[in-house]
Design a protein around this ligand. Structure first.
Ligand SMILES: *Cc1c(COP(=O)(O)O)cnc(C)c1O
Length: 477
């Protein structure tokens, strides 16, 4: 199967091409035009399959141009997760209520679910083509560590990650400054996340920069969340969740379940939407936002309106977003390429567009206060829930089987946890994290503790005007 452009479906590319240069020339994204379908017979058979086997079946059904052996290697990256046999952990937490923990990978964010296998594929494709790539990312927190980690052992890909020097959580910062591997570089910038993102965009258009990369035989690529290579792996865990519920008898053959997703760029939720189209019996997809509630408005009133909105900083920073990029793929599926092109042009020009209501979604938003209350309520029941996942409790109690998608381990956000549960400020993050863990009979993942002990490798904190020079110096050495 080829992927087609969301703003012009005559622009089609092979999967491998969409991975290496993820944005279409004409400004759109690449998406499948028709999704493969699975019937009940498949799901019955799948009850005996492992996570990796199910993943392979889903991958095969797309008939992409990348060899199966490469996908098999990619799936082996899940062996590094807490349970080498299954990267996710689904638990029942209440009547009709389940939580799907997607944070058991090396950086403790759900971004690992897609970026770990994605890293293996990109490296293999680069090797096949006998090319070397530079992947650049700007991050406000979770994408940076997960991208760096995904290419830790890559021989054909270098990664540069720009982050706001004072804008990430301490754990996230250490995950970037301590990262090992000569092919990896993280650079703190004197500015906020918007500055980091803007600097990245400027660099990608800078001819002198591109020429210098060429001299060093490097091609540019991006691992951002609109890359379809990441979306593929985000379909699989929702698919697996359906099979798990069937297998454990929690769902009957003719029953469906709802999935709640804490949403930012809409990659995770889009994965659920595709899984549903492919045959998993998903009822409603419950979209949760924080106070940056553009998606709540979109699904409830059909209006995407950012005319008078400014970004609000919240305690669920990975969802602090006004332009939710992957929504474009949903629009394409629902309304086709011509309408999508018009809507996206409206958004660029008027910061506004309007669509008919899309079935199968419900949406709510969660204020920081409500989020902190949920964290506290759950702590009273003995569970530590990170601030992103905590927003999904807006959809509880559940009348029908509902799976809350859990996107981060709480240790990444200790200060917000302590504030919510105990009303105290963090003075020593490592110690207080360990205390909170032991109070709840948990242990802090070893690789998180190690962050506080190892020496920081990437100490650069640079002015925005020095970013280019810093990267080029690093590439040349
Ligand atoms: C990235 C992220 C999200 C948002 O996911 P999208 O796929 O962008 O909607 C939610 N929670 C956490 C912890 C994240 O890192």
């Amino acid at each position: 199967m080829r992927l087609v452009g969301t703003r012009d479906e005559n622009e089609s590319v092979e999967f491998s091409q969409a991975l290496l240069s993820p944005s279409a020339n004409f400004g759109g994204l690449y998406a499948p035009k028709i999704l493969p379908k699975f019937n009940l017979e498949f799901f019955k058979k799948a009850l005996n399959l492992s996570y990796s086997d199910i993943a392979l079946e889903v991958i095969k059904s797309f008939e992409f141009d990348v060899e199966l052996e490469i996908f098999k290697d990619a799936l082996k990256s899940y062996e590094k997760f807490d349970d080498p046999k299954c990267p996710v952990n689904i638990k029942k937490i209440d009547e009709n209520l389940y939580i799907n923990e997607l944070f058991h990978g090396p950086t403790r964010a759900f971004k690992d679910m897609a970026l770990q296998p994605f890293g293996v594929i990109i490296d293999a494709l680069a090797k096949q083509k006998n090319e070397k790539y530079l992947i650049m990312c700007a991050t406000s927190g979770d994408t940076g560590p997960a991208t760096l980690k995904a290419f830790e052992n890559s021989k054909n890909v270098k990664v540069v990650c720009l982050y706001p020097a004072d804008g990430t959580s301490e754990v996230q910062r250490l995950q970037m400054t301590n990262v090992k591997g000569k092919n990896l570089k993280s650079i703190g910038i004197k500015g906020n996340f918007d500055d980091a993102q803007r600097s990245l965009k400027t660099l990608l258009l800078d001819q002198e920069f591109k020429d210098s990369l060429k001299e060093n035989e490097l091609k540019l690529s991006a691992a951002n969340s609109v890359n379809f290579g990441r979306i593929l792996f985000q379909i699989i865990y929702h698919f697996y969740t359906y099979i798990y519920l069937l297998k454990s008898g929690k769902l009957k053959d003719d029953e469906s379940f709802d999935i709640a997703v804490p949403s930012g760029n809409f990659g995770n939720a889009l994965g659920a939407y595709y899984a549903k189209k492919m045959g998993a019996k998903i009822g409603d997809i419950l979209i949760v936002s924080n106070e940056n509630n553009v998606l709540t408005e979109l699904f409830n009133s059909g209006v995407y309106d950012i005319k008078d909105k400014t970004l609000v900083k919240t305690i669920s920073p990975a969802m602090d977003i006004l332009i939710s990029s992957n929504v474009e793929r949903l629009l394409f599926s629902e309304f086709g390429d011509k309408k999508t092109k018009l809507l996206m042009e409206n958004l660029a020009k008027d910061k506004f567009y309007e669509i008919p209501k899309i079935d199968g979604f419900r949406a709510k938003f969660c204020t920081d206060k409500e989020c902190a209350n949920s964290i506290k309520d759950m702590a009273l029941k003995g569970m530590l829930i990170d601030p992103h996942t905590a927003t999904t409790f807006k959809f509880t109690p559940a009348k029908k089987p509902t799976v809350l998608t859990s996107t981060a381990h709480w240790v990444k956000f200790t200060p917000s946890m302590l504030e919510a549960i105990k009303g105290i400020k963090t003075t020593n993050e490592k110690e207080q994290m360990m205390m909170l863990a032991s109070e709840f009979n948990q242990s802090v993942p070893a690789e998180i503790l190690k962050l506080f002990e190892s020496e920081e490798i990437h100490k650069d904190i640079v002015e925005i005007s020095d970013i280019k020079k810093t990267i080029l110096n690093w590439i040349k050495q």
